[in-house]
Design a protein. Structure first.
Lengths: 440, 311
């Protein structure tokens, strides 16, 4: 017996990976029984949106009942972890019918042949979304790989009371942002305007997107990786400079220390996205009513663009035996007014469908921002200025590399340009290793 | 006639029948997963062109390529060095503490022994992730009561989430959680020493310190070897503590320990083939280091015994 335990422990490492893979595969599985496409269909849907089961109930009792299409929600891991699960399930041929996928994960899923082209079934959905949002689901082709669900246009959040107290004005450009940070640091050495956090790559990706970066583009049959293009370099140098001179903090966000800094006014602004009120509600509960939202600072006076941080779509898998039925549900979920209202209410999402952004569900500002009556009107205006994004097949690798390279650079207050180069090199090396054609 | 023959078959087959459950379990839950991991590690995914659409991805034979990548990856080796540094603190300190505490509990003068034993053992029952979270909060200067006290007293406040402090911080979590278990193992074997031995030692005029050093420690040597052996394995496989502290500081990368790199390769980058190779390398390294130690310890023991016999 002791021998067995010993042995077990040695191989635990090796087994962990394998077991992980097999159990993940085992918990997938749709309830399909190979029926024809028409007729009754039972679909499974992997999602992380809270309250999605209630939204799906509306479908199952309404249009779904008429068309005999029943959808079952399975709560799953979120974001990148779900991508791994989908890919593993797909490998076993046991994927669900529908999955929630962040926009930047779609190329990875398409590249693994895990999500299906639903161009034929998506009908007139295209017209309900902003072009920049829709384009993310087509990957620049004629195919449609998903229906947009929610978006995360980026905004600037600041403590209105403390800005007044310290005599600061809301920065309209990034230059003004830097000046504001310096001015605050000079007058109140213990207070930071904000922090540069390396633990969420989506923030940096959104900032680069605003500056006009195109991280992945295609040229014929070759990928072009622009992670260290001029626009991204400008963003990296800007934040690296602020960290180096100590004008802003360099500690990661989403930590107890960060919560406390926001809650006690040690950090008085946050570059975030439309979903920030929800995060602030839990991170800084004592500051209700003291924050205000403004458009993101711009790189030049004449510009008016923002990036996006977060947002996801609903995709149909290639494993689904009822792709048509699944696409119908995906389109209903993300374009039907009743569904969108329920999504906003139950899931707290900011819809990608443009008409829904000004619907009744968004007539009132979020509770944490009850004093900023025009919160959602302003948000929908800002959402219109979202710059297009360009995702590639290994965003996950770039994101992981970002966390380590920029995490170390922020800690050492060293050159962000070098970190950016490492991020680009890691990404290209991984693509080449996998066999993608990459042009230099 | 036939029935007799059948009977003899039955007798012959009996050992196999008895072996069957173990063999099946071994094959299903041990050999098969390892075999699959090795199989994965010898393959890789090959993409064609843009890699979009169906049939753009193929699983191909990679030979030892993944192993070459894993062993040639400086991050993997750096991670191994970090873990060695961490182990160099954890193992001696934890086992030293466990031995001292066990000896103290075993002495005649101790009071409240059952309570003390339980109190020291209790952290072992706290899951590693919870322990790391708990300590992580205590390490964060802005929310930690320790830092509050240090600040009030005007004492220097060390940064425990960076540089050398990080090793101390991580080791502390492991020591806090592991000392109790090792102490119990050593204490149990101390209890098994016959009283006559102590009586004989006392009659010979040995002091309590001499009894501890000359009698108790040599007699619990097998337990010490065992705890050392387990500690080495646990150290080489450190994962949950740095993973839990990672979001709190920029100083812990996603690939801080080799096992974390395997995790990131598999679930962050989606490269299960590279991850499998990394896992096999770690398993082999653990096997070599821990069994190497066990062999060294055993041969030493034997030598001691034979020398003792000659004397």
């Amino acid at each position: 017996m002791p021998n067995i335990t010993k042995h077990r422990r040695f191989v635990a490492t090796a087994v962990a990976v394998t077991l992980g893979a097999t159990t993940l595969a085992a918990c997938g599985g749709s309830d399909d029984d190979g029926e024809a496409r028409s007729g009754p269909a039972k679909l499974t849907y992997w999602t992380w949106t809270p309250g999605m089961d209630k939204v799906v109930d509306l479908w199952n009792k309404g249009p779904g009942k008429e068309q005999q299409i029943t959808v079952t929600v399975k709560k799953q891991a979120s974001g990148d972890t779900l991508v791994t699960k989908i890919l593993t399930a797909h490998k076993a041929g046991k994927g669900p019918d529908l999955v929630q996928a962040e926009y930047q994960a779609l190329p990875t899923l398409v590249s693994n042949d895990a999500v299906a082209d639903i161009a034929k079934e998506s009908g007139d959905a295209k017209g309900k979304f902003a072009d920049g949002v829709w384009q993310q689901t087509t990957l620049g082709s004629d195919a449609v790989y998903a229906i947009p669900q929610d978006i995360g246009p980026m905004m600037f959040y600041y403590r209105e009371d403390l800005f007044k107290k310290y005599g600061l004005t809301v920065p309209k450009t990034w230059d003004e942002f830097a000046e504001t940070a310096r001015k605050l640091k000079k007058e109140e050495p213990d207070v930071d305007l904000t922090t540069f956090s390396a633990n969420d790559s989506g923030l940096f990706a959104g900032l680069a997107q605003q500056a006009g970066a195109k991280w992945w583009t295609t040229e014929g049959q070759k990928w072009k990786v622009g992670i260290d293009d001029a626009a991204t370099r400008k963003v990296a140098d800007f934040w690296g400079g602020l960290v180096k001179e100590g004008a802003i903090d360099n500690q990661p966000m989403y930590t107890p220390a960060w919560n406390k800094a926001l809650n006690t006014g040690k950090q008085i602004a946050w570059v975030s996205a439309v979903w920030a009120p929800g995060t602030l509600t839990t991170a800084a509960p004592d500051t209700q009513g003291k924050w205000k939202m403004a458009p993101l600072p711009q790189w030049s006076d004449s510009e008016n663009v923002t990036g996006s941080w977060g947002g996801s779509s609903t995709a149909v898998t290639t494993d689904s035996k009822h792709k048509g039925a699944a696409a119908k549900f995906a389109a209903w979920l993300n374009t039907d007014p009743r569904a969108l209202t329920a999504l906003a209410k139950e899931g707290g999402i900011y819809p990608a469908a443009t008409t829904a952004q000004t619907s009744d569900a968004f007539a009132q500002p979020p509770a944490f921002f009850s004093h900023q009556a025009d919160f959602y009107t302003a948000a929908s205006e800002i959402a219109k200025t979202t710059a297009p994004s360009a995702w590639g097949p290994n965003v996950n690798v770039a994101y992981t590399s970002f966390k380590d390279a920029f995490g170390a650079a922020a800690k050492d207050k060293s050159d962000f340009g070098a970190a950016l180069k490492k991020m680009r090199d890691d990404t290209v090396a991984d693509m080449k290793k996998q066999g993608f054609e990459v042009s230099e | 006639m036939t029935s007799a023959r059948r009977k003899s078959y039955g007798v012959k087959g009996a050992p196999y029948a008895f072996l069957l459950p173990a063999t099946v379990l071994f094959a299903l839950f041990f050999a098969l997963p390892i075999g699959y991991a090795i199989w994965l590690s010898l393959h890789k995914v090959q993409v064609k062109g843009l890699g979009l659409g169906s049939g753009a991805r193929q699983e191909v034979w990679a030979g030892l390529e993944n192993y070459a990548d894993a062993l040639g990856d400086s991050e993997f080796l750096d991670g191994a060095l970090r873990v060695l540094g961490y182990g160099a603190i954890v193992v001696p300190v934890m086992l030293g503490l466990a031995l001292v505490l066990a000896l103290m509990l075993d002495s005649d003068k101790v009071r409240l022994a059952p309570f003390t034993r339980l109190a020291i053992f209790l952290p072992y029952a706290v899951p590693g992730v919870v322990a790391a979270l708990l300590w992580g909060f205590l390490y964060l200067p802005d929310v930690s009561p320790f830092y509050f006290v240090l600040e009030k007293l005007g004492l220097p406040q060390p940064d425990l989430l960076d540089g050398g402090g990080l090793y101390a911080a991580l080791s502390n979590i492991a020591i806090w959680g592991g000392t109790g278990f090792n102490m119990i193992v050593i204490y149990t074997s101390l209890q098994a020493i016959p009283v006559e031995v102590y009586e004989a030692a006392k009659l010979d005029g040995a002091t309590p310190l001499q009894i501890a050093l000359r009698i108790k420690i040599p007699m619990v040597a097998p337990s010490l070897v065992l705890t050392f052996f387990f500690s080495i394995i646990a150290t080489l496989q450190v994962f949950s503590e740095p993973t839990t502290l990672k979001p709190l500081t920029n100083a812990v990368s996603t690939t801080w320990s080799p096992l974390m790199k395997v995790y990131v390769d598999a679930f962050g980058k989606g490269d299960i083939h590279g991850a499998a190779a990394g896992a096999v390398v770690i398993a082999l390294a653990t096997l070599v280091v821990s069994f190497g130690f066990l062999r060294a310890a055993n041969s030493r023991n034997k030598r001691d015994v034979s020398q003792g016999a000659v004397r």
